[in-house]
Every structure is written in C-alpha cells, then in structure tokens.
Design a protein around this ligand. Structure first.
Ligand SMILES: Cc1cc2nc3c(=O)[nH]c(=O)nc-3n(C[C@H](O)[C@H](O)[C@H](O)COP(=O)(O)OP(=O)(O)OC[C@H]3O[C@@H](n4cnc5c(N)ncnc54)[C@H](O)[C@@H]3O)c2cc1C
Length: 319
C-alpha cells in the first residue's frame, strides 16, 4: 500500500470522524481522517455540553481536544485536506480527490457534518460578520449589553438564545411559526427568562444597517403587518445543510439531503460508502448519536473491507 492508500478514509474530524479514527486505530485498520479545518467539528462552536454521558459538564473545545488525543493515540492519522470529490473506480475502490491530492481506499466513511442554512433575505450576506452571525459561542461576546435577535424555532435557536442572554441586554427570538420544534425543557427555560421576548408567526424581510447591523424589517406571517426591530446583532439558526454533495454518483438521501443508511451498518446504497453523524437521516443529531453511528460504521467498514479484499484476491488468483 502506498502512503496515499488506506483501508478506510474518513471524511471530517468532528465527533463522528474522531470516533471512527479511534475504532479504526484500535482495530488495526490503516485509516486516515481528511479534515478541511481544525479537528473538532461542531464541538468547536459549542460552549458547554451537559448531555454527553460520563462528563457532567464539559466545554466543547475541551471535549474535542480529548477526542483528538484519544483518536490519534491509536495510530490513525488526521490529515488537513478538504475533500472535493469521491469517485468509485471500476474495481470498487474509492478515489478521494482533495485540495492536497488524491487518496484511495476501498471504504469511505463520510462524517462531514453540515453548514448553517441561510435565511436568504436582503442584507444577510452583506452584514455577515458585521452583525449577522451563525455562531453564538463564537460571536456572542462581541455583543455585550446589546439587543440581539435570534431567528429560528429548533433546538439550536433556543439553546443559542439562552446562551446569548449572558451578554445581551435583551434577546428577541423570532420564529415564523406558532409552535417550536425545540425540546420542551429548554423552551420552558427560554420562556421564563427575564431578558427574553419571543415573537411568533413572524418572518424577516430584510437586514439593514449603516456599515453594521442597526435594524431588521419584519412581517407578520398571518396578517402581513410590517414592523421594524432595532438590534445590534442577529443570530440565525434555521437549520443545517448536510455536506452530502461529495460523491460523484447518486447516493440515496431524504428530502433534506441527509443520507439514508442501513441502520445495522451505516452503509449507504453504494457498497463501501458509509455515513455517520450529522450527515445521515435520523430523528436527532447529537454528539452521542454521532459517536454511536461512527462506532457501528467503522466496525462494519472493517468487516466490509476484509470481505472486499478476499473477493479481490480470489478474482486476481483466478485471472
Ligand atoms: C451551536 C451548537 C450547539 C450544539 N450543542 C450540542 C450539545 O450540547 N450536545 C450535543 O449532543 N450536541 C450538540 N450539538 C450538535 C453536535 O455538535 C453535532 O450533532 C455533532 O457535532 C455532529 O458531529 P459530526 O462529526 O457528525 O459533524 P461535525 O461536528 O459537523 O463535524 C464535521 C467535520 O467535517 C469537516 N468537513 C466538512 N466537509 C468537509 C470536506 N469536504 N472535507 C474535509 N472535511 C470536511 C468539518 O470541517 C467538520 O470538522 C450542537 C450543535 C451546534 C451547532
């Protein structure tokens, strides 16, 4: 095997990819993790984690550092490389094209997570980084004592709105429906928070300012009534777009683009291409589900690679 050939290539070093690296290393597979940025994935955007079993309360960055240390201690390499394309060659091997050249492996595990969905309103792109943010943990501290708006109705919006109350003078959560998808416990905490106001049935028409955000224009989704809300910052949490565009052939996915996998193995409909964590279709996306998926996927991929190599040696012997 050349130094660019592996048993398993893992795309992304978030909790799923790092778990895969750990299991691959312990199972003595020759594996590589290809990570576009620094390892840690969304853990690096999360301040406090209180729902990871065994650690009552841990900072996202600290959990990422421990996961990286543990994963690499069993020999799996983490390479800085952004994956651009995954191609299945005529022998069933996978050719992974990155900004740092090609890698090859019979099995690929995609753990590439997702990116924040945009609101797609005027001013959003113009004011990104100048008042518009998709990461409260990264940017919240820049908005001390300001009135902030949070857009969205899921777990991330509610969690981040609560987080922002540490810095903001007031947090207004704007949701386009009258019901939330967020967990009831967090929602109750948000509703009873003295700094929080919730505006329902309301959509953002535009984000405006004078070089940095000063206000947003809103419409009531039911009556069409327009209003202006003066804010110093706008945090948008309206979902994620999964990074599932890398394979150059059709991979089964749901309506939102998340990979459909066999729950027993995490394998997609393409033999040897596995998916785990936030890229796969499932009820919830958490650190625990990401690490669980990756455990299953890596063990299944190990068995799959063994079988793949057996079949190939038989074919070569018979040729
Ligand atoms: C703000 C926030 C707070 C959260 N809080 C919690 C919490 O308290 N508890 C909890 O359990 N969960 C929480 N979550 C969810 C949790 O972080 C995710 O479910 C988990 O990180 C998913 O892990 P993953 O490995 O699948 O993906 P990610 O963590 O997204 O990691 C994906 C990795 O793949 C890399 N990548 C992407 N594309 C490529 C490419 N083309 N080439 C190479 N690398 C690539 C990315 O750079 C990234 O490092 C939170 C999420 C957010 C956004």
């Amino acid at each position: 095997m050349s130094d660019r050939e592996f048993d398993l290539a893992i795309v992304g070093a978030g909790p799923a990819g790092l778990t895969a690296a750990l299991y691959a290393g312990r199972n003595l597979m020759k594996a590589v993790v290809l990570e576009a940025k620094g390892p840690g994935g969304q853990l690096l955007n999360t301040e406090l984690i209180e729902d990871y079993p065994g650690l009552k309360s841990v900072l996202g960055g600290d959990l990422a550092a421990v996961m990286v240390d543990q994963a690499t201690s069993f020999g799996t390499e983490i390479a800085t490389a952004s994956v651009e394309k995954i191609h299945v060659d005529e022998d069933g091997n996978k050719v992974i094209t990155t900004d740092d050249g090609e890698f090859r492996a019979p099995a690929v595990l995609i753990t590439a997570g997702g990116n924040p969905r945009k609101l797609d309103v005027p001013g959003e792109i113009e004011y990104a980084g100048r008042g518009v943010s998709y990461c409260a943990v990264c940017d919240g501290a820049f908005f001390k004592d300001q009135h902030l708006a949070v857009i969205g109705g899921g777990d991330a919006a509610v969690e981040e709105a609560l987080f922002l109350t540490r810095y903001a003078s007031k947090v207004t959560l704007i949701h386009r429906r009258d019901e939330f998808r967020a967990q009831a416990v967090m929602l109750e905490e948000l509703r009873s928070h003295p700094k929080v106001e919730i505006i329902l049935n309301t959509v953002v028409d535009s984000i405006e300012g004078d070089g940095k955000v000063t206000h947003m224009m809103l419409s009531n989704a039911q009556t069409g009534e327009k209003s202006k809300l003066e804010v110093g910052g706008i945090f948008i949490f309206v979902g994620f777009i999964p990074n599932t565009q890398l394979v150059d052939t059709h991979v089964d996915h749901d309506a939102a683009g998340y990979y459909n996998v066999d729950p027993q193995t995490m394998m997609t409909n393409i033999p040897g291409i596995f998916a785990a964590g936030d890229v796969r279709a499932q009820l919830t996306r958490q650190i625990t589900t990401a690490v669980g998926d990756a455990t299953t996927a890596t063990i299944a991929a190990g068995k799959w690679v063994e079988e793949f190599r057996k079949q190939h040696s038989k074919l070569e012997a018979g040729a």
